[in-house]
Write a protein that binds this ligand. Structure first.
Ligand code: GLU
Length: 304
């Protein structure tokens, strides 16, 4: 299928509808991003690319990184990760602390901040040089050897990271964080600060559309069964308390981040990334949600 036409139609239709939503200004550095940016990139499993708009500009991947930290964690400790994190949708905002206390420090799922902090703790425990090794992993997946942390963004988030600090401390008080809280937070703020283009993000997520392998990787990153599990968690928990809405309207496993990026996969066919920085009140890109809804409606392709 030639997706160029449909991506161009969607981009044309939405590009001027940029009045809704707000930048993730709670992280001061992200308030500086041009709110009009809008790009879409689709990568098919055989390596064909279809793209439109600002698909080749870097943006802050933020919570999209949580899927990649989960996949690295699963490649290290496998299913043991579920002793420390659940797989149920939280029905709460991404940075909510309320559930954590009555569920005794076991986060509902790996894609809310609490869960991602436990993943960060696991990587800090198991990797010799966690920041370097995580970046390396993403460099291989994205095909960009020069991928970097954005130190300004990491520092900016740290300067206001009170909620993440309280989540980490609460989890630590229940014994579900092993390492020093500041070290875990430093890793987490850095993983969120990584910048990718839509094209790089589609590439990094291609293995989730191809059962763990991809044309640009020397070997599978995970087994077929683990990729299935990660896709299942993306479908049920990838959009915080809007995960049901995304599954209903779009019908693909995916993940969003407050940098305005959304990535989704159609198993055996493609990965697709949309970037538009203005967010709805749930923290998901307004145009990103809309573009993907239009995409699966127009093409008739979804996992259902
Ligand atoms: N670094 C962000 C935070 O912890 C990630 C949130 C997101 O992208 O949803 O607030």
């Amino acid at each position: 299928m030639d997706f160029s036409l449909v991506l161009n139609e969607i981009h044309d239709k939405l590009k001027n509808r940029n009045s809704e939503g707000k930048l993730a200004a709670y992280i001061p550095e992200l308030a500086k991003v041009d709110p009009c940016k809008f790009g879409i990139h689709l990568l098919s499993t055989d390596g064909k690319e279809y793209c439109v708009g600002d698909y080749n500009e870097k943006f802050s991947i933020q919570s999209v990184s949580k899927v990649l930290s989960l996949s690295l964690v699963m490649s290290i400790i496998g299913e043991k990760v579920w002793d420390r994190i659940g797989v149920e949708p939280s029905g709460n905002p991404f940075n909510s602390i309320v559930q954590l206390e009555y569920e005794k420090g076991k986060p509902r799922n790996p894609f809310i901040n609490a869960g991602a902090l436990v993943l960060a703790d696991i990587l800090v425990t198991h990797l010799k040089d966690p920041k370097k090794e995580f970046l390396n992993y993403l460099r291989i997946l994205s095909g960009n050897k020069n991928l970097q942390y954005n130190e300004k963004v990491a520092k900016s988030e740290k300067s206001v990271g009170y909620k993440n600090a309280s989540l980490a401390n609460m989890i630590k008080s229940y014994g579900n964080i092993e390492n020093d809280v500041d070290v875990v937070l430093d890793f987490y703020f850095h993983q969120c600060s990584i910048e990718m283009t839509c094209a790089e993000m589609s590439k990094a997520f291609l293995p989730f559309a191809t059962h763990g392998e991809a044309y640009h990787l020397p070997e599978p990153i995970l087994t077929k069964s683990r990729v299935k599990r990660i896709n299942a968690v993306m479908l049920s928990c990838g959009f915080y308390d809007e995960s049901g809405e995304f599954a209903y309207k779009v019908g693909l496993p995916g993940k969003s981040g407050v940098g305005g990026g959304i990535v989704a996969v159609q198993p055996d066919q493609f990965s697709i990334t949309v970037w538009s920085p203005k967010l709805n009140e749930k923290g998901n890109s307004v145009l990103g949600m809309k573009a993907l809804e239009l995409f699966t409606t127009k093409t008739g392709i979804s996992i259902f």
